[in-house]
Design a protein around this ligand. Sequence first.
Ligand code: FES
Length: 70
Amino acid sequence: MYVCICRAVTDRDVAKAIDAGAETVQEVTRACRAGGDCGACRGQIEEMIAERSPCEGLRLVQLPVRVRAA
Ligand code: FES
């Protein structure tokens, strides 16, 4: 599937760039040119970076707090 229509870059190309170490949209653009024109795809690139980050799957969990009566 094309992520960046302007530069004809697919989701596989973007994923490859991220897996190779691109951590920002600018770095993805440098690696595979996605996002280097109109910018309409930059949000999707950001989502892909977040999804593929090593911390994905880790979520903050709010634990219940017990309050003791004085
Ligand atoms: S769709 Fe990616 S720069 Fe335009």
